[in-house]
Write a protein that binds this ligand. Structure first.
Ligand code: NAD
Length: 333
């Protein structure tokens, strides 16, 4: 019997991306018992909550899930299913590796950064209300405990993986209380890791530094909203959202999901790039201890890209299924 993993097929392009991953994992002889759980627009259409309670319970019981992107209606309607899952399962550490890939031409050579985004607080606490007609408030929630656990996750990762430097990213010059608390907490945690260099940058400067001096950066730790925005910037530096993987970790549970959203415009067109969800899946295989299969799949992906088989978003003409089949051939060959 294989490892149990919950699977959310997602909205928009989610189901076609999941089909690609299933095919590649099968070709790599990955033994997983998928447990399908529901969330997203389908649930709303059926009159259920966007993330039903039994989905939360099942993921909590199994401990690991692979999730394709889900759509959140903009400016109206239900809460984000993605944020709901992260908050209800207390998946506080969103970890997003940003690494150059072979055959993907960008101005940013030798990218190798890991983003640690705090995943449960900040403006994502979803505490919003109208004060009076025409005046809206959103609360930015930062706690010492929340800042401490993401800072520790970043430093511990740096220590365990032989990384040299952690940079905390904030806007404590303006939000002196909330971002000040985040920064002071990172500074305090840094003292427990004397072998790791610690720096901090204001978020706007960090964005500029990333595209001018990316080789100076190693691990970035950020509150939720800056982490969200800088992740997409970094995904662009890799070559686009179709390439950038991610994982959300809590104490007893992890959900693996790509940085990108459901790209609904492309749904059903057999066009989108499965690389981001594939690299997300190999992060999951590492978490499950399947290191040989992880290496084999990443090798097959690198070889496919290096040979020039690419989807539209990175300058190729291959469809999702052609790209998927090329990776499967590399695995079998
Ligand atoms: P998006 O990431 O879905 O798409 C933005 C653009 O990025 C697309 O138009 C496309 O050009 C490109 N892109 C994204 N994924 C790609 C892929 N795999 N291959 C090639 N190109 C790809 O962002 P959006 O359009 O702002 O959001 C669409 C929906 O997704 C919204 O409802 C949003 O709330 C949701 N969303 C979900 C998640 C998640 O599930 N974790 C994350 C971000 C956004």
């Amino acid at each position: 019997m294989g490892c149990k993993v919950c699977l959310i097929r997602g909205d928009g392009t989610g189901p076609e991306l999941v089909a690609s991953i299933e095919k590649i994992l099968k070709a790599a002889n990955v033994d997983i018992d998928w447990i399908e759980v529901e969330a997203g627009l389908k649930c709303v259409e059926a009159g259920k909550p966007i993330v039903p309670d039994d989905t939360i319970e099942k993921i909590r019981e199994v401990g690991v899930a692979l999730k394709a992107p889900m759509t959140t209606p903009i400016g109206k309607g239900s809460v984000s299913p993605n944020v709901t899952l992260r908050k209800r399962l207390d998946l506080y550490a969103c970890v997003r590796p940003v690494k150059s890939l072979p055959g993907v031409v960008t101005p940013f050579k030798n990218l190798d950064i890991v983003i640690f985004r705090e995943n449960t607080e900040d403006l994502y606490a979803q505490i919003e209300y109208m004060v009076s007609p025409g005046v809206a408030h959103t609360i930015k929630l930062i706690t010492e405990a929340g800042s401490e656990r993401i800072a520790r996750a970043a430093f511990q990762f740096a220590k365990d993986n032989g990384r040299k430097r952690v940079t905390a990213v904030h806007k404590a010059n303006i939000m002196k209380i909330a971002d000040g608390l985040f920064l002071r907490t990172c500074e305090r945690v840094a003292k427990d890791y004397p072998d790791i260099e610690f720096y901090d940058n204001i978020v706007d400067n960090q964005c500029m530094q990333l595209i001018t001096k990316w080789e100076d950066y190693d691990i970035l730790v950020l509150p939720n909203l800056y982490g969200d925005i800088v992740s997409d910037l970094a995904a662009g530096m890799m070559g686009g959202l179709g390439l950038a993987p991610g994982a959300n970790y809590g104490e007893n549970c992890a959900i693996f999901e790509a940085v990108h959203g459901s790209a609904p415009r492309y749904a059903g067109l057999n066009k989108v790039n499965p690389t981001a969800l594939l690299l997300t899946s190999t992060l999951m295989l590492g978490h499950l201890g399947m290191h040989d299969q992880k290496k084999a799949i990443e090798g097959a992906l690198d070889a496919t890209l290096a040979e020039g088989t690419k989807t539209y978003d990175i300058g190729g003409t291959a469809s999702t299924t052609e790209f998927t089949d090329a990776i499967c051939s590399q695995l079998k060959g």
